[in-house]
Design a protein around this ligand. Structure first.
Ligand SMILES: CC(C)C[C@H](C(=O)NO)C(=O)N[C@@H](CC(N)=O)C(=O)NCc1cccc(N)c1
Ligand SMILES: [Ca+2]
Ligand SMILES: [Zn+2]
Length: 159
């Protein structure tokens, strides 16, 4: 099955980027998840310790037991693992990027919303307007980032 069977999921921000305030990181992550909870029956509860379904961390290069590596500034910005136990759902951001809450560098909210699409079971879309399009397009972060393609995709998994 491509999606989570449980709809009440937990997430934990394991570490924070020095590029932004903790409050701004918490906000960007919460909003990135809310993009998807608004169009599905999914709920996301933040935990500050132990193992959560979606473990979120800022990492560089080779990191921990993660099978994927980061590549320094630019290029790959983040990666997330599809639903499942263990690494499933876990989402990593490349700490070698400049993470911001506005238009400079890379907007954490936008990249997080994209990565969480993967963590919920979506793969890339070839629709240029889709959040799940492979390449970062710096949208106005206040603009609603989901396209109809994204909504069709997530609702085909979570109904
Ligand atoms: C092969 C993958 C590990 C690439 C990686 C990705 O898609 N992660 O989900 C990634 O970071 N892709 C870059 C590609 C790039 N540097 O343009 C990206 O911006 N993905 C995140 C993203 C953020 C917001 C919107 C969109 N459409 C894509
Ligand atoms: Ca990178
Ligand atoms: Zn992606």
């Amino acid at each position: 099955l491509p999606g989570w069977r449980r709809h009440n999921l937990t997430y934990r921000i394991v570490n924070y980027t020095p590029d932004m305030s903790r409050a701004d990181v918490d906000e960007a992550i919460r909003n990135g998840l809310e993009v998807w909870s608004r169009v599905t029956p999914l709920t996301f509860t933040k935990t500050s310790r132990g193992i959560a379904d979606i473990m979120i961390a800022f990492r560089t290069r080779v990191h921990g037991r993660c099978p994927r590596y980061f590549d320094g500034p630019l290029g790959v910005l983040g990666h997330a693992f599809p639903p499942g136990l263990g690494l499933g759902g876990d989402t990593h951001f490349d700490e070698d990027e400049n993470w911001t809450k506005d238009g400079a560098g890379f907007n954490l909210f936008l990249v997080a919303a994209h990565e969480f699409g993967h963590a919920l079971g979506l793969s890339h879309s070839n629709d240029q307007t889709a959040l799940m399009f492979p390449n970062y397009v710096s949208l106005d972060p206040n603009k609603y980032p989901l396209s109809q393609d994204d909504i069709n995709g997530i609702q085909s998994i979570y109904g």
